[in-house]
Design a protein around this ligand. Structure first.
Ligand code: GYE
Length: 320
């Protein structure tokens, strides 16, 4: 036995003799998390994942719901700074307007991790890492599905209406951009109306009602930036006496259970997956950051596309 091994044996023996712990347990990591709100099924799954992962990992989570308001998020972040948490994580409701509060976190030496949505800041050192989906790619996937569908019926012009997510949010900006980029490849595909439904069912329904009332042009396709707005719009379409999924093709994003049920009922044509289960990855990343490790600046989640034809087979595998 070498000297080091003998010394640690002695230490163990003596601490056992005095009834002392061998090593004091490390203080639990404290994370302040500012959530966007509870606007959608996606968001509920995301919140549940973060809370469960914190519990599982022994992370003390200070959780604040911003009810879709940036000012509430700024207040929550300032309160996390005042409480001297070990790490701040947040899903920014909109992209811009974060420089000041993130500079305050940096001055207090508290690392910031972005989850789900990105920010637009002048100094990238204001956050350590961003875990989330590639929203531009999600928009492209939605557009590609439509291009393929349109190719089966080449002659026709398709009039598209769009339900955008929250104004100024990364997913709304990027999903619009990716979709437009792809459909630009086919001159028969045109977006005639585009308005925000704030990612909620109620607003999705309201805006779709207004689109339908305009009656100037037959609507062939609805592109909704999330499933909840699509589900709200489905109700509006039915109330207008039309068949969602048939009279109007419906494309949406998220891949929540509600979307799979709508596909099984023949009312939704396709959903592009956006994974909300970010909790476990976030806790692991937070530990690495607090331990001073160098981490990737961008961590992208892997996602698929689910057309209605595979809905019955996939539904039992869905975890959100
Ligand atoms: O698609 C939508 C939610 O930021 C990816 O926010 C998220 C989006 C999600 O309200 O349902």
């Amino acid at each position: 036995m070498n000297i080091l091994a003998r010394r640690s044996l002695l230490l163990l023996a003596s601490s056992a003799a005095f009834g002392a712990a061998v090593a004091a347990p490390a203080a639990p990591l404290v994370m302040g998390f500012s959530q966007v709100g509870a606007e959608s099924e996606w968001r509920s799954a995301n919140t549940a994942s973060i809370k469960a992962a914190a519990k599982q990992d022994g992370v003390t989570l200070k959780f604040a719901d911003a009810q879709q308001k940036q000012e509430n998020q700024v207040k929550a972040i300032r309160s996390f700074i005042a409480q001297k948490v070990d790490v701040i994580a947040f899903s920014p409701v909109v992209e811009s307007g974060w420089d000041t509060v993130l500079r305050e976190a940096k001055a207090a030496k508290i690392p910031v991790i972005l989850t789900d949505r990105a920010v637009n800041v002048s100094d990238p050192s204001l956050f350590v890492s961003f875990i989330g989906s590639d929203f531009v790619e999600e928009g492209r996937k939605a557009g590609r599905w439509l291009l393929e569908r349109a190719a089966k019926n080449p002659g026709a012009d398709l009039n598209i209406v769009e339900l955008q997510g929250t104004v100024g949010s990364a997913p709304a900006l990027d999903r619009k951009k990716g979709f437009e980029e792809v459909i630009a490849g086919n001159p028969k595909l045109k977006i005639s109306r585009s308005q925000s439904g704030d990612f909620t069912r109620a607003k999705g329904k309201e805006v779709m009602e207004a689109f339908l009332k305009a009656k100037d042009k037959k609507i062939d396709v609805l592109y909704a930036h999330n499933d909840d707005m699509a589900i709200g719009a489905i109700q509006a379409i039915e109330e207008a006496g039309l068949k969602p999924g048939k009279d109007i093709l419906i494309i949406s994003i998220d891949g929540v259970k509600g979307a799979f049920e709508a596909m099984l009922a023949g009312k939704l044509n396709v959903t592009v997956e956006c994974n909300p289960l970010l909790g476990p990855q976030l806790m692991q990343l937070a530990r690495e950051v607090v331990a001073g490790k160098t981490v990737a600046k961008r961590i992208t989640t892997l996602e698929g596309v689910f057309p209605a034809e595979v809905a019955a087979k996939e539904l039992p595998n869905r975890r959100y």
